[in-house]
Design a protein around this ligand. Structure first.
Ligand code: KG4
Ligand code: ZN
Length: 350
């Protein structure tokens, strides 16, 4: 425990807002002496809008966020039973992300902060994903290896605390989430692909032929997932039936299972050696792909084998959400005048 205060003592109520891609989300988080408590979480999905295009259309996402942000923010406050003047801090994603999307919650947060004189802080999206782990594991021992894996990121970091991330390795091409989403598209399973491929893989009576891991001539530690996309494409070209057979066909299920097994194994492969090299005591896995059933099971087994404490946020906190931004924002010093602040689509980690 961080202090002798009883856990019900309110230290700070934080309103967190996130709209970096296609989820518009707000949450109220109560930062207590023993960690963050989730008081409310609202998320509006845009899957029905982007689904027909097979991916996020930035202009449509931005327009939808503008329509959603007021109700999402109001919903989070109402669910938590608080009014804006009771909020001690507003935390919002500053970047990286789609700039049109970012600006919806960014601008709304500035207006509310100014109207009620609430201290305001802009948060790096990836610090948010790390802090999603704080809800279930507030006393996590550091240093930690942090695997952030989503539709836009596949990055492994070393963290010495909840507010620092030092890059160890990343994908050289596609993010792992893209491999899931594009496979689902080639198999006509629907959108977004990750949860659908996961469901198919779990139903598979047996796996298809395994995918071969890529070899890097330069020997640099990294990942590559674009070959998986080509691998699935070749299998579908050889067997066009797969594109239309649907989510009950054993061969489609088997292909999903092989893909999921490959992604999970490749993601976790570097962990033991890096944990040793950096003296890591724990492993955090967050981002949308951290919802994957196989990755969660394999990571649990690996952590037990390697003696690492595993922090796996519950699935609704792994995908983009306002709660993780509030949890990170609670630990950062507030920025100055919000009106002078800007969103940054390409924001770098400090
Ligand atoms: O973190 P997130 O909500 O947004 C980004 O910042 O990208 O992650 C979305 C990604 C998508 O690629 C989605 O297909 C993937 O996470 N995803 C999954 C699962 N649930 C979501 N991938 C594999 N298995 C899942 N169960
Ligand atoms: Zn994300």
């Amino acid at each position: 425990m961080g202090s002798s205060l009883p856990s019900y003592t309110i230290r700070m109520l934080v309103l967190g807002l996130e709209s970096s891609c296609d989820d518009c989300s707000a949450a109220v988080v109560e930062e207590t002496a023993s960690g963050p408590l989730l008081r409310s979480l609202v998320r509006e999905s845009q899957d029905a809008i982007h689904g027909p295009f097979g991916g996020v259309v930035p202009e449509l996402a931005a327009r939808e966020h503008l329509l959603q942000v007021r109700a999402v923010m109001g919903g989070a406050l109402a669910q938590a039973g608080v009014t804006p003047p009771e909020i001690d801090r507003i935390a919002v994603t500053r970047g990286p992300g789609l700039v049109g999307s970012l600006l919806a919650t960014f601008s709304a947060s500035k207006a509310v902060a100014w109207r009620h004189g609430i201290p305001w802080v802009g948060v790096h999206h990836l610090l948010g994903h790390l802090n999603a782990a704080r809800f279930a594991s507030p006393d996590l021992p550091f240093p930690a290896l942090v695997l952030l894996v989503s539709g836009g990121h596949t990055h492994l970091y070393l963290a010495k605390d909840w507010t620092s991330l030092q890059l160890l390795q990343k994908t050289r091409d596609d993010a792992a989430g893209e491999a899931f989403d594009k496979t689902a598209r080639m198999l006509n399973l629907g959108y977004p692909g990750g949860p659908l491929v996961d469901a198919c893989a779990q139903m598979a009576p047996r796996a298809a032929d395994p995918f071969t891991p890529p070899k890097f001539r330069d020997g640099k530690a990294s990942w590559s997932f674009s070959g998986l996309k080509t691998g699935v494409k070749l299998r579908v070209e050889r067997n066009p039936r797969l594109a239309l057979a649907g989510a009950t066909d054993p061969e489609v299920l088997g292909l999903c299972r092989s893909l999921q097994e490959a992604i999970s194994a490749w993601l976790l492969k570097p962990i033991p050696a890096l944990a040793q090299a950096h003296g890591a005591l724990s492993l955090v896995i967050s981002g949308g792909v951290a919802c994957n059933s196989r990755l969660r099971a394999e990571a649990t087994a690996l952590a037990a084998r390697e003696g690492l404490i595993l922090a796996l946020p519950e699935p609704r906190l792994c995908t983009d959400n306002g709660a993780m931004i509030a949890a990170a924002g609670a630990l950062l010093p507030p920025d100055g005048d919000p009106w002078s602040q800007n969103a940054d689509a390409d924001l770098k980690l400090a």
